[in-house]
Design a protein around this ligand. Sequence first.
Ligand code: BGC
Length: 255
Amino acid sequence: MNDNLNVNIVMGIDIGGTGIKIALVNKKSGKITSKKVKIVTPNPSIPSSIIKLIHEQIEANESSGDVGCGFPGVVKEGTVKFVGNLDQEWVGLNVERELRKYTTSRVCVINDADAAALAEMQFGAGKQHNNSNGGVVLLLTLGTGIGSAIFINGQLLPNTEFGQIEMDGIVAEKNASTVVREQENLSWKKWAKRVNKYLNIMEMLLSPDLIIIGGGISSSPEKFIPFLDLKTNIVTAKLGNSAGIVGAALSVKST
Ligand code: BGC
């Protein structure tokens, strides 16, 4: 049987400043059921170029047609309100409406870190906290930028932008993201020192019960976790870099 014709199968899309990842996801199991397509984010990262790429992928797939998309910025009711690491032409665009042109099924667009947190709370590192007594879970993605998501007693508080707080005179994501480590050729230790400072600020402001680190870096916890000094329990995303795709797919049913 072609599992992709199953009604639980949703296309999950994770738009990032560096790459776009797309796969089919079984929203009942949280598992990816197709090959993961990875495309380098076009430059300039304008809506028409990225939407064209997504359109091609939607056409190429036989699924239930539902599409969930994580976007690296503030998204309210499908419309982009803020974007840090993509072209500013996105601001004001209703991305849900744009994607609906290519499918008759449901489409949902949410912030990418919120998407990753949906997946981690349901299927990954936050599972034990995904209930009405679950406390405060902070998920941070360290990638091209710093994405943030907060769950409070099992409920998402959407569109937090804690990567935008100021640290040492600059926006935190320009100081401690994975891309900054690469650009400045920082040793893991030096970079972890910055991440630790950032996490200490988050800890002081939010008193989380659990911190989950997502993004590509989540596959290499040994490189930076030993250098961190925090009071809060900190873990890496169980679904790794796929959390964004899986959560994007899950967002279709949770809205
Ligand atoms: C954006 C966030 C996003 C993060 C990770 C930041 O530049 O402002 O909305 O979650 O990047 O992609």
